[in-house]
Design a binder for this molecule. Sequence first.
Ligand SMILES: NC(=O)C1=CN([C@@H]2O[C@H](COP(=O)(O)OP(=O)(O)OC[C@H]3O[C@@H](n4cnc5c(N)ncnc54)[C@H](O)[C@@H]3O)[C@@H](O)[C@H]2O)C=CC1
Ligand SMILES: CC(=O)C(=O)O
Length: 344
Amino acid sequence: MNIQNKIFWRDQPHIENIGDKISIVGAGMVGMSVAVSMLGTGVTKNLVLVDAFGDKVKGEVLDLQHGALFLKHPRIQGGNDFSATQGSKLCIITAGVRQEPGESRLSLAQRNADIMAKLVPELVKHSPDTMILMVGNPCDVMTYVAWKASGLPSHKVMGAGTTLDTQRFKVALSRKFNLNPANIHAWIIGEHGDNSIALWSSVNIGGIRIQQINSKFGTDEDPENWMELHKDVIGAAQAIQELKGYTNWGVGMSVAAMAKALITNKLTIYPVSVNAKGRYGIEEDIFIPLPSVLGSNGITDVVHLNLNERELTDLQNTAKLLKQVQDTIKIKGKEIKCKCRRCK
Ligand SMILES: NC(=O)C1=CN([C@@H]2O[C@H](COP(=O)(O)OP(=O)(O)OC[C@H]3O[C@@H](n4cnc5c(N)ncnc54)[C@H](O)[C@@H]3O)[C@@H](O)[C@H]2O)C=CC1
Ligand SMILES: CC(=O)C(=O)O
């Protein structure tokens, strides 16, 4: 008789709680920041980390496990074997290369597409009903690659999109107004990158739409030059990379919030990369960040934004650019048709 049997009469075996099982692929700077943010906010009690670099991820898992006393008794596992991800409700992809200071996210497209084309089918093999949240860059194009490589319906495959860009925009605006950023209502859409679009027409504070007070707000003719804030948002990643080499905390916290919405059916709106086909005059499968409702079924709704003429044109131009990048990518494996309700 072992010591456990002297302490307990075990009636039932302990079973794995897979209801909120989340796997993160890529235990680098971003992946570990997502992990810590999710564990700290109790998003999951069942976390798996997978990385090509097996020793590194095993070290990360041991290190995290030692914080168990301060967490909500999560199960944390990891290694370089995808079988540990079996039965995940959500797979978050942070694997891949990151840009060097001065390099565009779009220049990473083919290198990271090769990585996604290998790892996404592995994830779906072990978790055929999973949702996928793409973080790797160029995020919108990689979401398209993940959708193609997964065979999942498009409402289950989304990218972090412009959630981070929108946070940066809200924080920049909140500093100007000396307010809590949660009280600033604003969106960045279109691309997580240099071609993002700030929706100045809908910036709203305390129920007041700013363009109603200053019709030039955010435009080239605005004497107050508010549009500089959007330039700062576009340059934010590079500014941080020049100082510390990478960005991780802002993205980690926002991905944890999105994961919480997906796992707990929070039905919360985030500007995630979604298949924009059939919206805003876009007729092809292009993944674009648009405010969308996230719940335990993935993307339940895409917000029908009231864009002005300029914003609509900018969105359509960004869509064309993303399509061009998508078309240059060679995705190994078979072409897969979307199985969502809209496309069937
Ligand atoms: N969407 C967003 O808002 C943001 C996206 N990113 C992107 O996130 C990605 C990761 O960035 P970092 O964590 O800083 O990079 P990192 O280099 O620190 O980590 C990447 C990890 O991926 C792993 N990896 C590579 N290929 C793999 C494979 N086939 N299977 C499993 N693991 C694999 C590497 O071993 C490494 O540990 C980059 O593409 C970066 O540009 C970064 C910040 C914000
Ligand atoms: C690296 C990156 O995509 C960001 O921090 O926005």
